[in-house]
Design a protein. Structure first.
Length: 273
């Protein structure tokens, strides 16, 4: 009996030590994300479990929302997915918010969005209001007119009306060129690009002005983009002023995509090269 008891005690003690040893080999669960070495500001987004991105819903090839499914597609949509992936998030973790030229800045300022990737041109005055990444695309302001109008250049728009988006820089760019030509043009502002295009179709405006790559999405067999081009400008990803960690992270992603050919493939995919 005594021998049996001693063997039982020994077995219990050995088991206890074995359990302690096994426990010491197990990694401690800190609750951190699977992606390590993220900058603090980026880690905060990753820990939240979602990346909130402002994108265009009415710009073919850049950001377009399907009316039936509500899904977004375009080059800037793919950039958002690439950014999420590098944060350790999935495509399903990206929350898109449709923005316009008028709403994208305020939505960043009030914290509803983490980043805006929405044909947002980098301008000196805007750099005082928001952080911008390095450019990922360059374009210039153009003019879309009806072929039957006979308009062949900006000079032919003397005394006519041009449709532009609210809050966009297109109006200023065209006005500078109109002043240089000594002509007078009027402007009508609209909230969305489809509204401007509808105004062009109905004859309410004589031309639709915005970046040429955007105009290409509204080009039909009855319209033409004029050869005139004004104010070459770069598109950048915008974040709230002071979010330097996130801006640097985006710049590193863009540089990597440029170096490995991912950016070229993306531009080809959306016919933007």
């Amino acid at each position: 009996m005594r021998k049996t008891a001693l063997l039982l005690v020994f077995a219990l003690v050995f088991s206890a030590f074995a359990l302690v040893g096994c426990g010491s080999d197990e990694p401690t669960d800190t609750g951190s994300t699977a992606v390590g070495d993220l900058p603090a500001g980026v880690q905060e987004i990753a820990d939240s479990g979602e990346l909130r991105v402002g994108v265009k819903a009415d710009v073919p090839n850049f950001g377009l929302q399907d009316a039936a499914s509500g899904e977004f597609e375009g080059m800037e949509i793919d950039l958002a997915y690439a950014l999420a992936e590098r944060m350790g998030l999935s495509m399903d973790d990206v929350v898109f918010e449709a923005v316009t030229a008028k709403t994208r800045g305020p939505l960043l300022d009030n914290g509803q969005l983490d980043v805006v990737i929405a044909t947002f041109t980098i301008k000196p005055e805007r750099l005082e209001q928001w952080n911008f990444s390095d450019p990922y695309y360059q374009d210039e302001v153009g003019l879309l007119v009806k072929t039957a109008s006979g308009i062949e250049s900006l000079a032919d728009l003397d005394g006519k009306t041009i449709g532009v988006a609210q809050g966009a820089t297109s109006r200023d760019a065209v006005q500078v060129e109109a002043d240089a030509l000594g002509i007078t043009v009027e402007f009508l502002e609209f909230a969305t690009y489809p509204e401007i295009n509808a105004a062009l179709e109905s004859g309410r405006v004589d031309a639709f002005s915005v970046d040429k790559s955007i105009l290409s999405g509204y080009l039909t067999e009855d319209s033409v983009i004029l050869p005139d081009g004004f104010s070459p400008q770069d598109y950048g990803a915008a974040t709230k002023l002071g979010t330097d960690d996130l801006t640097t992270f985006i710049n590193e992603m863009l540089a990597e995509m440029e170096a490995n050919g991912e950016m070229t493939a993306l531009l080809e995919k959306w016919s933007l090269n």
